[in-house]
Design a protein around this ligand. Structure first.
Ligand code: KG4
Ligand code: ZN
Length: 416
């Protein structure tokens, strides 16, 4: 298997070495990614046809080419100690992790700094960076975990939602590795992964897990939802944003202030030395448990435009207070609906997940609010708030226990 990974690496260098680069230069960017993904997948598929050691009645080539032909994996005994490789590539972080049971053995994340200059994720650049990162990241995750690919019980991958080009890289890689090893595939919904990040166990460290049923506020760059989680795989959506996500509001407002991407962590840092009561921004009046953030973003934009017309240095002079006041507003909006959800459901176990759950304002406020409401509040470790494969592997663990393997003709889904 080392030999297989080595050959994939060689091929990879061929694609992205000097010659590979020249070959792509005259193509339209979108065609280039499609071409690369196809080539990448075909290469892994062809390679494993030569190296596969197990016997199947129909040739693997045929299996690859027939879209509706699902591959029957050997039925592996599923135990609590199953070893799972998780692969996450839904947006701009390439990540791979290995777990045994729910115990984390490795979690490798390659961030993509290439987007900083553009103030947001550029899908074409993201998928190309995933292609460059995925093999070294998976290789490192297996090495750190001291696990050989043949020892895996399953390969769990993010099927969606996310950017199609980015998802394609992770899904194609997972399929190639599955073909090579005969290890079953498990498809994971990225959002389910965020929720289940609360069930990651670290060796020798008992992280607190919420008890079922619990409410989960999931706030990321693409989603803001409130879920009633009844069991590891039973997530009922009870509220969601009708327009922008909370992370998107942080990122867009940061961009308006000229701050770098991703804006959430930058605002968080600046807010620490600002006055949250200095400015007030409109809060949306949305029914039930749904959210809306686009109005806040627009009012913030108009406010800055009006103030900057009077004083061109307004943003620069008031940056910390602007960040603190904006953060306070977003946090209030988020918590207000969780409060409402508690009253509606009577559930007092509260978890928060997704990139925005790294926000120190939200974390501090949730702790105080939880005490006042006599709720148990679960905050994930910072390293599991933003996108990571540990949560995908953990979700894979629960799915595998229910025998939910995925066929080899599975395709990524941008929306799920
Ligand atoms: O979960 P995530 O890594 O990716 C998605 O699934 O979208 O979330 C990324 C989002 C970005 O919008 C980022 O600005 C936000 O999480 N974020 C934060 C913080 N860290 C990340 N927002 C506020 N405060 C933070 N400390
Ligand atoms: Zn995410």
């Amino acid at each position: 298997m080392c030999c297989l990974i080595y050959q994939i690496l060689l091929h990879h260098r061929m694609l992205y070495g000097k010659k590979g680069h020249e070959r792509h230069q005259n193509q339209h960017p979108q065609h280039r990614t499609q071409y690369d993904c196809k080539l990448f997948y075909n290469f892994v598929a062809k390679l494993v046809c030569k190296t596969a050691t197990y016997k199947v009645s129909v040739s693997l080539e045929e299996k690859c080419l027939k879209p509706n032909n699902s591959f029957n994996f050997f039925k592996l005994p599923v135990t609590n100690n199953s070893i799972i490789l998780g692969i996450e590539s839904s947006c701009d972080d390439t990540s791979a992790a290995v777990i045994r049971g729910t115990e984390l053995l490795s979690n490798i994340i390659a961030n993509q700094s290439v987007h900083e200059a553009y103030g947001g994720v550029v899908p074409e650049l993201a998928s190309r960076a995933h292609q460059q990162n995925i093999i070294p990241v998976v290789h490192r995750a297996l090495t750190v975990a001291q696990v050989k690919p043949q020892e895996l019980s399953a390969i769990a991958f993010t099927r969606g939602p996310g950017l199609m080009g980015s998802l394609l890289v992770g899904v194609s890689f997972a399929k190639g590795l599955s073909l090579a090893t005969g290890v079953p595939l498990v498809e994971v919904n990225h959002l389910q992964g965020h929720v289940l990040s609360h069930f990651i166990d670290e060796p020798g460290k008992q992280l607190p897990h919420p008890k079922f049923p619990f409410l989960c506020l999931l706030a990321s760059g693409g989603h803001t939802q409130i879920l009633l989680v009844k069991a590891p795989l039973q997530h009922q959506l009870i509220g969601q944003t009708i327009d922008d996500a909370a992370g998107e509001a942080f990122d867009k407002c940061a961009k308006v202030m000229g701050l770098s991407y991703p804006g959430g962590p930058v605002i968080d840092k600046l807010a620490a030395r600002g006055n949250p009561d200095r400015f007030s921004f409109a809060k949306p009046q949305i029914l039930e448990l749904d959210y809306s953030f686009s109005g806040l973003k627009t009012s913030f934009l108009y406010f800055l435009r009006d103030e900057a017309a009077l004083n061109p240095s307004f943003i620069e002079e008031n940056k910390a207070d602007l960040c603190a006041s904006l953060q306070r507003t977003i946090v209030d909006i988020l918590i207000h609906k969780v409060d409402k959800a508690i009253k509606q459901t009577g559930v007092k176990e509260i978890a928060v997940a997704g990139g925005v759950s790294a926000n120190s304002g939200l974390r501090n406020e949730l702790k105080c609010w939880g005490k006042k409401r006599s709720c148990n509040v679960y905050l994930p470790e910072l390293r599991y708030t933003t996108d990571n494969a540990a949560m995908i592997a953990t979700a894979g663990h629960y799915l595998l226990q229910e025998g939910k393997t995925a066929p080899l003709d599975i395709a990524p889904l941008a929306r799920m």
